[in-house]
Design a protein around this ligand. Structure first.
Ligand SMILES: [Zn+2]
Length: 115
């Protein structure tokens, strides 16, 4: 029994909530860690490193959060599950694995091969 769009929407909504909580946590951490509170130069180096790592993670989270939100918005437009590049319906099997997919399998692999 293939997954339904309603089920996918439900999964995306909970993923969106989860990502948004994680994003808030990490953004708070990045702010609180703030560089410059330490008296030791060596610690400053470590803090800078840790902050850079957190910011990288925050950016990754923000990017996935954006994708999930865009997918949810497409339900409103009625364009969910349609390939942005060629306009075919994205296979349900693919959406089940990657509910926020914007491209069908063919377009996605063409894009990846071009890189
Ligand atoms: Zn396509």
């Amino acid at each position: 029994m293939p997954v339904s769009y309603a089920e996918l929407r439900c999964r995306l909504a909970s993923k969106e909530a989860e990502l948004s909580t994680q994003l808030q946590d990490i953004q708070r951490e990045v702010r609180e860690e703030g560089v410059g509170y330490s008296n030791h130069m060596a610690d400053v180096g470590t803090e800078v490193f840790e902050q850079a790592r957190d910011i990288g993670l925050a950016n990754q989270l923000a990017a996935s959060h954006r994708l999930v939100k865009q997918a949810l918005e497409k339900f409103e437009d009625g364009t969910y599950g349609i390939c942005e590049s060629c306009g075919v319906r994205i296979e349900l099997a693919r959406l089940e694995v990657v509910p926020e997919a914007r491209l069908c399998f063919d377009c996605q692999s063409r894009l990846e091969h071009r890189r």
